[in-house]
Design a protein around this ligand. Structure first.
Ligand code: DGT
Ligand code: CA
Ligand code: CA
Ligand code: ZN
Length: 586
């Protein structure tokens, strides 16, 4: 995806925040908020558009279009700079706390002179917030929670941010003189949910030209270390990148080493020692004679240790070594196995693109089926009505099978669904008679995150017991670095899913990745099935599927575990759930 769109979106999000911090009008702030979302989800690269082209983006008018042009012309937008200058950096630092809004941040700065996250934490512990209007013990607890989240996510980047950058670096370095191979390794190759730093590996006989190409990348803000074997840089966005250049014949050993994880490497090294071998980033050697035994490919290295090649997403020392030794590694689900997306939105609710565009983009991805699941009426701001959803259903039926995807007989099948809201008591938007008219229903929690554990658990179990609910969307509702997972009893929910034939979603949005890998592993033991979905609100989000599949792999899932890899007939019979029994009885 075009990075310039993300840049401009981030700038306008900040501008919207600055407007509210400054006590500006809420309407204006919302206008920029909306524009930011539209730009982030727009299919064309905004840096290539003129004033007219820019105004074709939903929610972008002339004045916003001009600010975008100004940004690409001069590197900044004067209106944004003016507000930045007005607001003390201390206040801006405070708004980095995900649970603290701009108004409260301002009050803290003005009333108590607090201008850093640390000062705020101290003030809460000294109970100095108690006297401020609008700050109760509950607010304090929320703020402390936010500070914890902020500090635990630390400097780690979200997966998509790191991946976009790494893809770009690998493309650039591959063009450098003498570069024979280049790829990313480390946590990124393992698809961890957040990335500490990017590790890039290149193979070349002479490292200097590759190192030079690296330090000359346009977004390098600082060269931290510069050497023959390893160079480290920091980018303008604050992310660090390590590049190692190795001789072509040690490629496999180096890739194995720098992919990690550290825990996995320790285990592979132990295996080597037991066989009187020595494993390092240079190769696998005979411990006594020092003779090199394997190094060119990862497959060679693993084979000489008595292991099959282990997929990077499994390399966390969670049993993959034992499984490998017994030839019991799972046949992991791949992105190419995915036949369709089962949770997506259109502009009928909070999506950015009309139905026709979403469907065309899905067909472009080669899907055999595709579900449209806009929000039900209980998220009141979405203004859904029975008439509107039924009108959408008619349109979906008309488009069903109309897109023929390359290499497939017959057209892409469309499923008409909805994303229901699981209310505080576990009920959902529509009565069963109405729900039975949908091909599938996703149901998710969107509010009341702080109910007690028992109430939260009962709430989701009740949704599972609804015969029309097929998938629990973003099951723990966490937002990485922003909102913790809800405190429900997951084991009980997993058991309910398995018992009722309800799938759990692996939401592929890089802010969510929900369920997370460890929970997937636990759920799988209960026999739960999963649906890997993009939850796309724009055509460009459909491509987030790769992060969902990576997460599914980290949870050891195979095709059989993932319902949207199944042929359409098997999927449809899973989706009937309790509805058949009800129909034949009734
Ligand atoms: P990150 O950057 O925190 O997201 O996680 P990684 O896994 O990318 O860690 P990083 O960048 O420190 O190191 C890259 C890989 O290099 C790591 O996955 C395994 C390998 N490695 C680094 N330090 C050690 C070490 O002390 N021992 C062993 N065996 N391997 C190491
Ligand atoms: Ca790393
Ligand atoms: Ca590193
Ligand atoms: Zn959704």
């Amino acid at each position: 995806m075009a990075r310039s769109n993300d840049e401009v979106a981030a700038l306008f999000h900040e501008y919207a925040d600055l407007i509210s911090i400054n006590g500006g009008d809420a309407y204006k702030s919302r206008v920029y908020e909306k524009a930011a979302r539209s730009i982030g989800g727009y299919h064309a690269d905004v840096s290539t558009l003129d004033v007219k082209g820019l105004q074709e983006i939903p929610n972008v008018g002339r004045s916003i279009a001009e600010k975008i042009l100004e940004y690409f012309r001069s590197g900044s937008v004067s209106a944004v700079e003016e507000l930045r200058a007005k607001i003390p950096t201390g206040v801006r630092r405070l708004t980095a706390i995900p649970t603290l809004g701009p108004k409260k941040a301002c009050a803290l700065h003005e009333e108590l002179g607090i201008s850093s996250v640390e000062e705020l934490a101290d003030a809460i512990h000294d109970e100095r917030l108690r006297d401020l209007k609008g700050f109760g013990p509950k607010t304090e607890e929320n703020i402390l929670h936010g500070i914890e989240l902020l500090q635990s996510s630390g400097e780690r980047a979200l997966l998509d941010v790191a991946m976009d950058l790494a893809d770009d670096i690998v493309t650039e370095l591959s063009r450098a003189t003498g570069c024979q191979r280049c790829t990313y390794a480390g946590s990124l190759r393992r698809f961890r949910e957040t990335i500490g730093d990017i590790d890039v590996l290149a193979a070349a006989d002479r490292s200097a030209p590759v190192m030079r190409a690296f330090t000359e990348l346009p977004y390098v803000s600082e060269v931290i270390a510069h050497g023959e074997k390893k160079t480290s840089i920091r980018t303008t966005k604050g992310l660090s990148v390590d590049l190692r250049v190795v001789p072509p014949d040690s490629w496999g050993a180096a890739l194995q080493y720098f992919t990690g994880s550290k825990a996995h490497n320790i285990r592979t090294r132990e295996l080597a020692v037991h066989q009187k071998l020595k494993l390092s980033e240079y190769g696998l050697f005979d411990a006594e004679s020092g003779k090199k035994i394997a190094s060119e490919t990862e497959e060679d290295v693993y084979a000489r240790l008595g292991l099959p090649w282990i997929p990077p997403t499994l390399r966390e020392d969670r049993g993959e070594i034992e499984a490998g030794l017994h030839d019991e590694l799972p046949d992991l689900v791949q992105e190419t196995d995915i036949r369709g997306d089962l949770h997506t939105h259109t502009d009928l609710t909070d999506g950015l693109a009309p139905l026709e565009e979403m469907v065309a983009a899905a067909a472009e991805r080669g899907y055999a089926y595709y579900a449209v699941t806009d929000h039900g009426p209980n998220l009141y701001m979405q203004r859904m009505t029975d008439e509107r959803i039924l009108a959408q259903r008619d349109r979906v039926r008309e488009l069903d099978g109309e897109h023929t995807t390359r290499g497939r007989r017959g057209g892409m099948r469309l499923l008409h669904g909805a994303e229901l809201n699981i209310g505080p008591d576990g009920t959902v938007d529509w009565p069963e008679e109405f729900l039975a008219g949908f091909d599938l229903c996703v149901a998710s929690v969107h509010s009341h995150f702080n109910q007690g554990s028992e109430a939260l658990t009962r709430r989701i179990v009740r949704a599972c017991e609804n015969p029309c609910v097929n998938i629990i969307g973003h099951p723990t509702t966490r937002l990485i670095g922003k909102r913790p997972p809800i405190d429900a009893d997951l084991e009980e929910i997993f058991a309910a899913c398995a018992r009722t034939g309800t799938a759990l979603e692996i939401n592929a949005h890089p802010d969510r990745l929900d369920l997370r890998d460890e929970d997937i592993l636990r759920a799988k033991r209960h026999g739960v099935k999963f649906s890997v979905d993009s939850d796309a609100h724009a055509t460009v989000h459909l491509a987030n599927m790769r992060y969902g599949v990576g997460t599914a792999q980290r949870g050891w899932l195979t095709r059989d575990d993932v319902i949207n890899t199944w042929p359409e007939t098997r999927l449809r019979s899973f989706l009937l759930k309790g509805r058949t029994a009800r129909r034949s009885r009734g």
